[in-house]
Ligand binder design. Structure first.
Ligand SMILES: CC(C)(COP(=O)(O)OP(=O)(O)OC[C@H]1O[C@@H](n2cnc3c(N)ncnc32)[C@H](O)[C@@H]1OP(=O)(O)O)[C@@H](O)C(=O)NCCC(=O)NCCS
Length: 250
């Protein structure tokens, strides 16, 4: 399938996409960690506006009022209710924020314990047995300064004939400048090149897949703009979030 909306020429001319080199590690990890935190900040904002949290604040306010009334015997109910509400509106968002920041710290830790901690090995184009493989990790570079603006990886998916786009992120300052689009295109072109030099049908990739959470509106906007389609719903009961799978044919 052709890319439906290629990167606008005036944007792509300032960006160069190349394969990861070991010297890129510090910049890549900085962008990766910061992007995770951005997504979590959005998640906290979205979650604080849900009926569940409003209900939690109400319950906490009632409980707080009750406790304060027992402790400050003889004081007016109104002043106890105001104090109870003040505690609730501070405590509930704090608990939500602590939960999400602990989650992001755990996810960053686990990512860096696996592929992001050893990009050379996990995304090497050659397997341990010396055979070529699909894996690749790309960085988008500012042609003028040489700074890394964004990153993306590609690996075989667990599904047959599928590749997975992973770890897409663009530095905070470089967003909405076509970097994410350039990285998406680099992955699609890489997979097409892989197919064209792979004779064995069982090794060919027919589809690229990826997963987003419902908190990643910019990512969903990017993939839809690039011609990807929603192919399923993702529900993580363990972490309490939902999201979508996207895919595109190659
Ligand atoms: C998602 C992300 C990679 C997009 O990168 P980017 O370089 O800003 O994307 P582009 O500039 O190429 O944007 C291309 C199109 O995507 C859509 N898009 C990008 N950001 C958007 C936003 N904040 N809101 C709505 N649409 C958005 C738009 O259609 C945009 O085209 P336009 O600017 O002409 O309107 C970036 O926001 C990011 O790193 N987010 C945090 C990490 C993340 O969620 N990664 C995805 C993992 S699945």
């Amino acid at each position: 399938m052709e890319t439906q909306n290629p990167i606008p020429a005036h944007r792509s001319s300032a960006i160069h996409v190349r394969l990861y080199q070991p010297g890129d590690k510090a910049q890549v990890l900085r962008i990766f960690r910061r992007s995770f935190i951005d997504v979590i900040n959005d998640a906290i904002g979205i979650n604080l506006a849900t009926p569940r949290i409003v209900a939690a604040v109400e319950v906490a306010a009632a409980a707080g009022t009750l406790l304060i009334s027992r402790w400050r015997k003889g004081s007016s109910l109104v002043s106890n209710a105001v104090a109870g509400m003040a505690i609730a509106v501070t405590a509930v968002p704090a608990v939500v924020a602590i939960y999400y920041y602990a989650l992001v710290a755990a996810l960053i830790y686990l990512s860096e314990k696996s592929d992001m901690g050893d990009i050379e090995t996990h995304y090497s184009p050659v397997g341990r047995d010396g055979t070529p493989r699909l894996n690749a990790f790309f960085v988008a570079i500012d042609k003028t300064s040489g700074a890394i603006l964004g990153v993306v990886g590609v690996q075989p998916s667990t599904k047959p004939h599928c590749a997975e786009l992973r770890r897409m992120c663009v530095s905070h300052e470089s967003r909405r400048k076509g970097v994410g689009s350039a990285l998406c295109q680099a992955v699609v072109e890489h997979v097409s090149r892989w197919n064209s030099r792979t004779e064995e049908e069982s090794q060919r990739v027919h589809r690229i897949v990826l997963a987003t959470t419902a908190y990643q509106a910019p990512a969903m906007g990017l993939y839809e703009r690039q011609g990807w389609r929603r192919s399923g719903e993702l529900v993580s009961f363990a972490f309490g979030f939902s999201g979508y799978y996207y895919s595109r044919d190659v």
